[in-house]
Write a protein that binds this ligand. Structure first.
Ligand SMILES: [Zn+2]
Length: 319
């Protein structure tokens, strides 16, 4: 991977490249922006650039150092990631200890703290020490989609770089050109991921494309009750299924309003979607969307999923 692969993040990349060229890309940074947008990918490419042993065109992506960083196996790259679970003081002690040593193989030790908003207060306060006076061969990158949850003393010691989603049509082009995806897959991923490159790349190797059409064929086209097939799903799978259902109804709504097929997430099923337009009134679509959104909320609150699906099914097939 190279910076040129991260098309669309022009503004953050311009800042990072300028800092790199002036040897100012050091100390502490916060990469902030929506989840799944490619912040961590950019952080890793920056780590490659700083430690690349290639002769030209850094990061070369081919040298030993670049390859190890790509696979997160470089001894001078440390990534802390616990999903949304708390980052505790033990994690930060590990950083403080590692930061006090010189790099093992590379020029700069890079610490990436993913979901930095999950730092608990003890950990955040402990991190301040290294943020205040980072050793010159240490780079710390905090990644977050909830900067408001990070304590001010940490925020104020880091250089903030903001990331924004790509325009969806642009992401579709990036996925076709840089990742050799076919048009239908690229369009779906770009629109479903709402322009977030990182999320689109994560989804591209999942069975989502097949699943989303299965949900459409089973429940929307054929009108089969929801609960029988979705009952066996765990909370995470059900969350995905509800999101997919919402994306279908969003498309029906948009097309009913006269939007072009290019605006639809499910462009690959445009003609099937058009057939459904007369079946639902705007009022019904509003109610279905509201029920779907309520169902997601109930799911988060651990309300019985059988009950959720039963209510949702009744709402959908009333139409
Ligand atoms: Zn390299």
């Amino acid at each position: 991977m190279r910076f040129s692969d991260c098309l669309g993040h022009d503004r953050p990349l311009t800042i990072i490249k300028a800092h790199l060229e002036n040897n100012r890309f050091s100390g502490s940074y916060i990469f902030s922006g929506p989840e799944g947008i490619g912040k961590r990918m950019v952080a890793k490419i920056a780590a490659q650039e700083l430690n690349c042993t290639g002769q030209t065109d850094k990061p070369c992506g081919l040298c030993d150092s670049c390859r190890k960083i790509e696979k997160s196996e470089h001894p001078d790259l440390h990534i802390i990631e616990h999903g949304e679970a708390q980052i505790k003081i033990e994690d930060i002690r590990g950083i403080l200890r590692q930061a006090s040593f010189r790099p093992y193989e590379g020029r700069v030790k890079v610490f990436i703290i993913d979901n930095a908003h999950a730092l608990n207060s003890e950990a955040a306060n402990s991190l301040l020490k290294v943020l205040e006076e980072p050793p010159k061969d240490v780079l710390i990158i905090l990644i977050t989609h909830k900067p408001q949850n990070i304590i001010k003393t940490v925020l104020s010691r880091c250089k903030l770089i903001k990331f924004c989603p790509l325009i969806r049509a642009r992401l579709e082009t990036v996925l076709i050109k840089n990742y050799a995806l076919d048009k239908a897959t690229a369009h779906f991923l770009a629109f479903y991921a709402e322009g977030r490159l990182g999320l689109a790349l994560r989804l591209k190797d999942t069975p989502l494309l097949k699943e989303k059409n299965k949900i459409f064929d089973s429940f929307i086209l054929s009108g089969k009750p929801l609960d029988r097939d979705l009952m066996g799903q765990n909370k995470e799978q059900l969350r995905v299924s509800l999101n997919i259902l919402a994306s279908w109804f969003r498309d029906i709504y948009l097309l009913k309003c006269g939007a072009s097929g290019q605006e639809a997430i499910h462009l690959d099923r445009h003609s099937d979607l058009l057939k459904l337009i007369p079946r639902f009134s705007f009022k019904q679509l509003d109610e279905i969307m509201a029920t779907l959104s309520e169902s997601s909320l109930y799911l988060e609150r651990n309300i019985n999923s059988k009950l959720i699906l039963h209510n949702l099914g009744a709402q959908l097939w009333k139409a």
